[in-house]
Design a protein around this ligand. Structure first.
Ligand SMILES: [Zn+2]
Length: 143
């Protein structure tokens, strides 16, 4: 079930390379059990200043609808882009909104939120609620 996560990831990364040439060289994709927190915690970015961004994805994402897979990966890749371009907003809520905007650009379709507040790109859902907190450790910074 993880093969299509990787296939979708590779398509999205190809798009990032079109938008920000060379940037994907600094993003490392990892399948990991660690970040999974149902129903929303499928992935997070792990970042240490001066090193690549590690995008850790729970294999459980592979059981989700492709619209969710693209939505979740696009949002997380949006975080990776903000980190790597050095324009990561300090405010966490603003950071989430920017990740959605960049994720929409990467996916080629608006990143929206379904009834369980998981990102989707199928045109359904709503914009991110203002009071929706990020998953606790969605972006981990290692000093
Ligand atoms: Zn986020």
């Amino acid at each position: 079930m993880t093969d299509h996560i990787v296939k979708i990831y590779n398509v999205l990364v190809f798009r990032i390379d079109d938008l920000w040439p060379g940037l994907p060289q600094n993003i490392v994709f990892q399948l990991s059990e660690a970040p999974y927190k149902p129903p929303r915690g499928f992935a997070h970015c792990l970042y240490r200043p001066g090193s690549p961004v590690f995008l850790q994805v729970a294999p459980q994402l592979g059981f989700e609808h492709p619209s969710r897979i693209v939505g979740v990966l696009s949002h997380e890749l949006g975080h990776a882009v903000t980190i790597l371009t050095g324009c990561c907003p300090v405010d966490r809520r603003q950071s989430e909104l920017v990740a959605d905007e960049l994720g929409s650009l990467i996916a080629g379709s608006p990143v929206r939120y379904d009834r369980q507040w998981v990102q989707v790109i199928d045109g359904s859902g709503s914009s991110r609620p203002l009071d929706l907190d990020p998953i606790g450790s969605e972006i981990l910074t290692i000093d």
